[in-house]
Ligand binder design. Structure first.
Ligand code: FES
Length: 228
């Protein structure tokens, strides 16, 4: 019976940064491509979520017990619209990669975002939001009600990948992206935050060549969780 802290291999008094670092290390260790399993992966992810949500309770039969924390991945979190301007880091203009084909657009189009702005796309596919100092790009999207793709939240898959069209974004810590992807301005929204006041990103690029091979479909992990 391991506690969430034991599952991550940290002390109970670990601070947030230590918890984040431990999660990234563990989630890569238990990645199925590294010899781990979907069940182990889910256990690590559950432990991390328990600690972050303030429910660091005991695990039972290898599975973290207790109420399922309200997932930060929920797309139902409304935009409260009252962010303090002083705490805002960057303005993000986003575009869903999945709509490009429908309109005959290409990721390499210089005027991609101008065309998107003129196309009257729904908010889930095109728009803007603000990222606060303490948010990753994925967290910011989720906190404003968007359901951007993700799986591990720890840099071990490519489900959350975005293409940075304009501006700069970091990708700190251990992660699975090869240097060729970084050179092509691909970043992981679960780990990274904007480095510039304004940034344009195309999200949902997980099926791009080179990323699809790194991707971990979320469903096997959910299924493993249900079957445990
Ligand atoms: S969700 Fe897996 S790397 Fe971001």
């Amino acid at each position: 019976m391991d506690s969430p802290f034991e599952i991550l291999g940290i002390e109970p008094d670990a601070d947030d940064a230590e918890v984040d670092r431990a999660f990234r290390r563990r989630v890569i260790e238990v990645h199925p491509d590294q010899g781990g399993s979907a069940a182990e992966f889910n256990r690590v992810r559950s432990a991390y979520e328990m600690i972050k949500e303030g429910h660091p309770i005991e695990a039972v039969n290898g599975e973290v017990s207790g109420d399922t924390p309200s997932s930060s991945s929920s797309a139902s979190v409304p935009d409260d619209g009252d962010e303090d301007e002083d705490e805002l880091r960057s303005k993000i203009e986003y575009l869903n990669y999945e709509v490009l084909d429908d309109h005959g657009w290409d990721l390499g189009d210089d005027d991609l975002f101008e065309k998107a702005a003129a196309a009257n796309l729904p908010h889930e596919d095109y728009g803007q939001f603000l990222v606060q100092e303490n948010e990753t790009l994925l967290e910011a999207a989720e906190n404003r009600g968007y359901a951007w793709p993700y799986a591990c939240r720890g840099g071990a898959c490519a489900n959350c990948a975005v293409a940075v069209f304009e501006g700069e974004m970091d990708t700190p810590g251990d992660h699975i992206l090869p240097s060729t992807m970084l050179d092509s301005d691909i970043r992981l929204s679960c780990m990274g935050a904007p480095l510039t006041d304004d940034m344009k990103v195309v999200f949902n690029v997980k099926h791009l060549p080179g990323l699809d091979e790194l991707r971990l479909p979320p469903y096997p992990f959910e299924q493993a969780h249900m079957n445990d």
